[in-house]
Design a protein around this ligand. Structure first.
Ligand SMILES: Nc1ncnc2c1ncn2[C@@H]1O[C@H](COP(=O)(O)OP(=O)(O)OP(=O)(O)O)[C@@H](O)[C@H]1O
Length: 336
């Protein structure tokens, strides 16, 4: 949008200097004056000015891979696979100016292992306002799509919502939480948006990102983690190839996965199935320390141990993995 009208450069320059000269006295109204002067001089377009105060989609903000890597390294505990795959997938996707399709990630694991937490970290690295951004959209199955008899309505609404938001911002992010509670077939409504189409009805979805969060596959992931544990192998030795294929097949054949017999899997439109491993006692202690730090409290190792000891672990005999991951750490800390 071009600034309407332009004064001669001499007059405009004077106006700008005058406004700045007054700046030292009354900053607020002067800010407006400078803004107006900038627009009048054509130094700033209305849009530049508007985007200084409001959130604009604009040219895709380059992903700061170093910042994302640091966030995943420092904030995410016990999930070496998720950290590695998400960093690779996002940096690869965002460094490609002309992707052939949107990026679609499916995060799987038991409760409290960090799936929502990671989607928040990803959102904050893609759009400055993170989950609060106008260009990041969170759907929770049990909240947004509760009634099975309304599946057709939900599908129409979802298509309209996604089409409208990607039209407004090509690099929109869509997060679907509790995928395992989504009615079978519902998610296939978005298949056209995830496919290898240049455009669909004049809209290109190729720069959008879709993230599915699901507990489906948690049993398979835990089984593999236990096998490594019992064989005396390090958790960090678990590789994506040990889990990804079995996870995608398991989810495809699981009626309660939200992706049961889905065309998204059948047509290989999901780029990565990312396993979240069950969290161990040591990771729970890391969560307690992180929470204490977030509250500005000094780290008290006695409290850290007390909270971790209050959590329950499985399997019964070996008590290796936290039943709730790092969930309930915050509430338990409140009672120390
Ligand atoms: N791996 C982790 N590293 C660091 N913090 C974690 C991790 N997992 C969970 N947490 C902490 O626990 C809180 C709850 O975790 P989160 O909501 O991400 O779990 P989830 O895997 O999405 O669970 P659910 O499947 O029940 O939705 C997070 O906000 C975070 O504070």
């Amino acid at each position: 949008m071009r600034a309407a009208g332009r004064l001669g450069s001499g007059a405009a320059l004077w106006l700008l200097l005058a406004a700045q000269a007054v700046a030292a006295i009354e900053p607020i109204s002067v800010g407006i004056a400078i803004g107006a002067a900038s627009v009048i001089t054509g130094y700033l377009s209305y849009r530049d000015l508007y985007c200084r105060f409001a959130e604009c989609c604009g040219k895709q903000r380059p992903l700061n891979a170093t910042a994302l890597k640091l966030d995943l390294k420092e904030k995410l505990f016990g999930q070496h696979l998720a950290a590695e795959v998400i960093l690779k997938a996002l940096t690869g996707f965002r460094s490609n100016d002309n992707p052939k399709k949107p990026l679609t990630l499916s995060l799987h694991g038991w409760a409290g292992t960090g799936k929502n937490f990671v989607s928040q970290i990803v959102a904050e690295n893609l759009h400055a306002k993170g989950l609060k951004s106008n260009f990041v959209h969170l759907f929770v199955s049990t909240l947004h799509f509760p009634h099975e008899q309304h599946i057709k309505l939900y599908q129409d609404q979802l298509q309209t919502w996604i089409r409208g938001n990607v039209s407004a911002c090509a690099s929109s992010v869509f997060i679907f939480d509790e995928m395992d509670k989504l009615h079978p077939g519902l998610i296939d409504a978005i298949k056209p948006f995830l496919d290898y189409y240049e455009q669909v009805d004049g809209v290109s979805y190729r720069k959008a990102i879709f993230i599915f969060l699901s507990n489906a596959g948690g049993d398979l992931i835990t089984k593999t983690a236990l096998e490594f544990w019992r064989a005396g192998r390090r958790r960090e030795d678990i590789q994506l190839k040990d889990l990804e294929h079995a996870l995608s097949v398991g989810v495809f054949n699981n009626k309660h996965s939200g992706l049961w017999r889905s065309g998204l899997i059948y047509k290989r439109l999901i780029d990565y199935f990312i396993p979240f491993l069950p969290l161990e006692y040591t990771h729970v202690k890391m969560c307690v320390r992180a929470e204490m730090k977030a509250r500005g409290s000094a780290i008290d190792e006695d409290v850290v141990t007390r909270v971790a000891e209050e959590m329950t672990f499985y399997p019964k005999g070996e008590k290796i993995y936290s039943d709730r991951g790092c969930k309930t750490v915050q509430s338990r800390l409140d009672f120390q």
